[in-house]
Design a protein around this ligand. Structure first.
Ligand code: TRP
Length: 328
């Protein structure tokens, strides 16, 4: 099992619902590697390397705080495994420019970042680097949100192309492991994103949580509590569905909201309490761990040292497909 996150800002509830929750739940039964994807982060942050460096620790703290356990999972730093870069260079020859330009996630990210024509080549080709991440660990299971499905598809195309050139299955195909909430909206109903500032960080303070829940988009047609309201597209319900384990009560609230007679204020109060109690232990674990950053960095180093030989072995196999000998 392999996933990663770009260290470009704090991880948020969208990451939690879409992927982190699955990583924590499955780390007991799968061999899991989690990459802090600082190499991928450069694809749109090359001009801000300090931000990326600083966020490596922040992402590691988020991982540990939600319960990714370094004695069960390997947390590794992407840039410290140069074999991933070489694997990427080899894979770049197995992909066409037209194929990269068709990747719907990359397309929408290009639009969101306003690159227009000034797209860094590294950015357009980051799905290839991601294919190197996944296959470099011979991963077959990738717990991700649904925005990452095009990356999985592209990875498997590379895997098949490599197999057809080699005449043998060099690396395995993979599949996405989607959560029950593969896409959590931001508080404004758009995609939850670090750059849009519409996400609730796992490290959010109680005040931030309160403010963000208050600002959540509900149903503009639901003016008075007695008016019938819409549950679809209502961010508060999206969050209740994602995080409230009392499913029967949520279903009943949805029924009452649709019928009219349930106000946004009461609904938001319930969500706020829920999120406060979900994030309080995460925040306190995080604060404790943050007091000893050297220990966290040592944990990343140890994970990277465990991870690197696995990728080196895969790279040796892939080099053998293309080159004279395994010797460098
Ligand atoms: N592209 C992912 C994101 O933006 C991060 C990532 C890097 C990743 N390498 C990966 C995800 C490998 C899954 C597998 O969140």
């Amino acid at each position: 099992m392999l996933t990663g996150d770009r260290p470009t800002g704090p991880l948020h509830l969208g990451h939690y619902a879409g992927s982190l929750r699955n990583r924590v739940a499955l780390q007991d039964i799968h061999q899991q590697t989690v990459l802090i994807a600082d190499l991928q982060a450069l694809t749109d942050h090359a001009g801000r390397p300090r931000d990326v460096r600083r966020n490596v620790l922040e992402v590691a703290l988020d991982y540990l705080a939600v319960g990714i356990d370094p004695s069960k999972s390997t947390i590794a730093l992407q840039s410290a495994i140069p074999e991933l870069a070489e694997l990427t260079v080899l894979y770049l020859n197995l992909v066409t420019l037209a194929r990269l330009e068709r990747n719907p996630t990359v397309r929408s990210e290009i639009e969101l970042r306003g690159f227009v024509r000034d797209i860094p080549v590294g950015f357009l080709s980051y799905p290839v680097s991601q294919a190197a991440d996944i296959t470099g660990f011979r991963a077959t299971l990738v717990p991700v949100g649904d925005d990452q499905l095009p990356m999985i598809e592209q990875t498997n195309e590379i895997v098949r192309r490599l197999a057809s050139i080699a005449g043998w299955p060099v690396v395995p195909e993979c599949r996405a492991l989607l959560s029950a909430t593969p896409r959590l909206p931001g508080i404004d109903g758009r995609k939850a994103s670090k750059s849009l500032g519409n996400a609730i960080a796992l490290s959010a303070s109680p005040d931030e949580i309160r403010e963000k829940v208050r600002a959540m988009f509900t149903d503009p047609a639901h003016v008075r509590a007695s008016d019938p309201g819409h549950v679809e597209g209502n961010v508060v319900f999206a969050y209740l569905e994602a995080f409230d384990p009392r499913r029967d009560e949520v279903a009943e609230l949805e029924r009452r909201y649709r019928a009219g007679g349930l106000g946004d204020v009461a609904l938001k109060r319930r969500l706020e309490e829920l999120l406060q109690s979900l994030l309080e232990p995460v925040r306190s674990r995080r604060e404790l761990l943050a007091r000893d950053p050297d220990r966290v960095m040592a944990m990343i180093r140890a994970g990277t040292e465990r991870a690197q030989p696995l990728v080196a072995a895969v790279l040796a196999d892939v080099r053998e497909v293309f080159f004279l000998s395994r010797a460098h």
